[in-house]
Design a protein around this ligand. Sequence first.
Ligand code: ATP
Length: 289
Amino acid sequence: MRIVEKAPAKINLSLDVLHKRDDGYHEVNMIMTTIDLSDRIEIIEQPTDDINIVSSATFIPEDRRNLAFQAAELIKQNYNINQGIKININKHIPVAAGLAGGSSDAAATIRALNKLWDLNMSTTTMMDLASQIGSDVSFCINGGTALASGRGNDIQPLPSPPSCWVVLAKPDLSVSTAEVYGGLNLNQADHPNVSAMVRAIEQQDYRRMCALMGNTLENVTMQKYLEVKQIKEHMIRMDADGVLMSGSGPTVFGLIRHESRAQRIYNSLNGFCHYVHAVRLYGAQSALD
Ligand code: ATP
């Protein structure tokens, strides 16, 4: 038996870090939305009782450190399943980029095994499992657009934002999320207005949504990596409607309403920047179909 599942990337339209919690995690308040850039997860049953990961990317772990492995292992343990599987991960989402590629692979593995093994897990059960793997995995179970609070795993669905183009640009470097949080001084940090962003999305107010984009982690990463700041400044000069770093970076994205301007911005970054891609903002749960 074999199953294929899509694992879309996310961007953060707004990301506020409130304080450090007693359990060591940070309390966050953020708006995530799914974009039209996906890994493809294929799961094939095998005669032996192991989990084998094979990935098209050479630089991600193929052992227990892989988040898709952890998702499969958790399900096998919780449901006493002895069936072995091979997980083929066809990577399209850049790694350690702030786009939740690993988290989305883990969520796709949970969805796929739920179907493959007829486990009848509800969304809440899948999200509970997901939260044991990582903070962004719960959002990735349903994707779409949501307000994520707590340590990132309390999910409240939101309507899809107004549709637009997203130009993604990533310099040739990977960022450690833990390191960025470590460098954060919350007394001097910017705090975006997340509630106002929720209202802008509910009112389908594209201009206001772009104006309200903000990320508490952006300055920490930009101070360390000048390239991130340069890409943001470039996109602003090229007249993107809104520009922000996603997650802990280093990917910067620009929202652009008109295709011709998105194309112009894409062309201007191509060659100058290590990774550039133009996609549609999905924002709806149907992105998983
Ligand atoms: P987030 O936005 O959730 O912080 P990210 O986009 O910054 O995530 P990932 O691409 O998920 O980062 O990778 C973070 C780390 O996780 C990498 O160092 C990578 O080695 C490891 N990892 C484990 N499993 C995977 C996977 N399936 N795909 C990509 N990276 C993975």
